[in-house]
Design a protein around this ligand. Structure first.
Ligand code: KIV
Ligand code: NA
Length: 265
């Protein structure tokens, strides 16, 4: 099929067709999700937790994310691949933001980048877009600012409604092609989705955004433990994999693997 381009996402918004987005961090997930018709894949800084085993998204580095981005972009035929800029790789200055975005495009062969931040990051977004790189913005609850925001808390309640709307308007004016709304009330997400011409991508933002994104290990049940309220589980990948490993272990210990059909003479 035809490659997904940023204007296709906006056209889907105009037609009122919601679209799905998933994270991907390697070849097989990228191939499968691309074949499943997911138009946008995100190599998220959530790889920090879901690939590298850190406890938050803060420690992961550009050098750790770049090889994952390369693996994903090499493996898709159709999907638009968005590379997440990790904590510390764009906040220092507008120049740093452009330089990091360029690395993800040149070395990672990404098709777009994503960064967290609203009106205070409009200059960064503007400069990256001016360099010819599409930017997906990310506002509401932004995990890289967990400590500033005082933990995982829903944004946009009561007095905070207007400031989230302001952030959305600012990132659109700066040239972002889409904006992720994370853990905001469905009321503020609905308002922003109506106000903006660019697509909104919700995660914990209710049913009215133009698109929905989830982390694949959460929605397919690879990650165990308590998931946030906004995650729906579509599979039990952890169960499938653990039972395969247990069966293999039992068959090796019981002299039942390999069988004659796996053996050369
Ligand atoms: O890193 C990530 O997975 C994300 C999505 C949850 C939007 O930023
Ligand atoms: Na992220």
């Amino acid at each position: 099929g035809k490659k997904v381009r940023i204007h296709h996402l906006r056209e889907m918004k105009e037609r009122g067709e919601p679209w799905p987005m998933l994270t991907a961090y390697d070849m097989y997930t990228a191939e499968l999700f691309d074949e499943a018709g997911i138009p946008v894949l995100l190599v998220g800084d959530s790889a920090s937790n879901n690939v590298y085993g850190y406890d938050t998204s803060l420690p992961v580095t550009v050098d750790e994310l770049l090889p994952l981005v390369r693996g994903v972009t090499r493996s898709v035929k159709r999907a638009l691949v968005v590379a997440d800029l990790p904590f510390g790789s764009y906040q220092v200055s507008v120049e740093q933001a452009v330089a990091t975005a360029v690395r993800f495009m040149k070395e990672g062969r990404a098709h777009a980048v994503k960064l967290e931040g609203g009106k205070h990051f409009a200059p960064h977004i503007e400069a990256i877009v001016r360099a010819g790189i599409p930017v997906m913005a990310h506002i509401g609850f932004t995990p890289q600012s967990e400590h500033q925001l005082g933990g995982y808390r829903v944004q946009g309640r009561n007095d905070a409604f207007d400031s989230v709307v302001e952030d959305a308007r600012a990132v659109e004016a700066a040239g972002a092609f889409a904006v992720v709304l994370e853990m905001v009330t469905s009321e503020v997400a609905k308002q922003i989705t109506h106000d903006l011409a660019i697509p909104t991508v919700g995660i914990g933002a209710g049913p009215d955004t133009d698109a929905q994104v989830l982390v694949w290990q959460d929605m397919m049940g690879l990650r165990r433990g308590r998931a946030p309220r906004f995650v729906k589980r579509y599979a039990d990948v952890a169960g499938v994999m653990k039972s395969a490993a247990e069966q293999f272990a039992a068959e090796v210990k019981g002299h039942r693997f390999p069988g004659p059909e796996h053996t050369f003479h």
